[in-house]
Ligand binder design. Structure first.
Ligand SMILES: [Zn+2]
Ligand SMILES: [Zn+2]
Length: 222
């Protein structure tokens, strides 16, 4: 089984993730925020060699731990280019909430299309899902197809890390700079709802729903 740990702390209770390959012990950190120390502890606990820091988008709650993670790990930071204007204004984002926030180190790589990026035996497809913000992406993580063919893992569903695109019973807010409701609903319907119903959706806040449950019950989408 793929290693997946998550943590969330006040004030935003935003989920950060550590995801790792159970065989090679390579992994990635996704959206390190104020819970970054817990994520680094989880990576150590699982003896993971973290190879990159992947961001779903650049709202401050998802990026305030980037500097600390990069200093600890020395690995590149990835973001969609369309969110770089938010990332570069993380200090001003903090001021909007009355919070002191440190500037973060520059982005090393912008995502190129869907990728895929890799860690260990897993590949990460990067799906552009704008609407909550212009550069929002969802990460679809699945076992390398070449590897999966030789094992019983073929039927394993992808793991979806969706940032603030979709929540259990809700969707991301669209009233922040660059947000747009129609665009967000289209991203969810066309990109996320193309995945099987049983796929678990790891949202940026709250408990993980499934694609099928949100298709049937999410008041913004039925
Ligand atoms: Zn957000
Ligand atoms: Zn958030």
């Amino acid at each position: 089984m793929m290693i997946l740990e998550h943590a969330a702390v006040e004030p935003f209770f935003k989920n950060g993730f550590v995801i790792g390959c159970e065989d090679t012990r390579e992994g990635v950190i996704v959206d390190p925020g104020d819970e970054v120390e817990q994520l680094l502890d989880a990576a150590r606990h699982h003896r993971l060699a973290i190879t990159s820091i992947l961001l779903t988008h650049a709202h401050l709650d998802h990026v305030t731990g980037v500097g600390r993670a990069k200093a600890a790990l020395g690995v590149p930071v990835w973001l969609h280019q369309a969110d770089n204007f938010l990332y570069e204004r993380v200090v001003q984002q903090g001021q909007m909430f009355g919070l002191p926030v440190d500037p973060q180190p520059p982005i090393d790589h912008f995502y190129h299309g869907e990728g895929p990026l890799r860690f260990g035996r897993y590949e990460v497809r990067v799906l552009h899902t704008p609407g909550h913000c212009p550069g929002g992406v969802c990460l679809a993580i699945s076992k390398d197809t070449k590897e999966a063919k030789d094992t019983k893992d073929t039927k394993e569903l992808p793991t979806l890390i969706v940032g603030d695109t979709l929540f259990a019973g809700s969707i991301g807010r669209t009233d922040l700079p660059g947000g747009d409701m129609e665009t967000l609903l289209r991203s969810i319907r066309e990109v996320l709802f193309s995945f099987p119903d049983d796929c678990v959706v790891w949202s940026g806040h709250g408990e993980p729903p499934t694609i099928g449950r949100e298709k049937r019950t999410n008041p913004f989408l039925i």
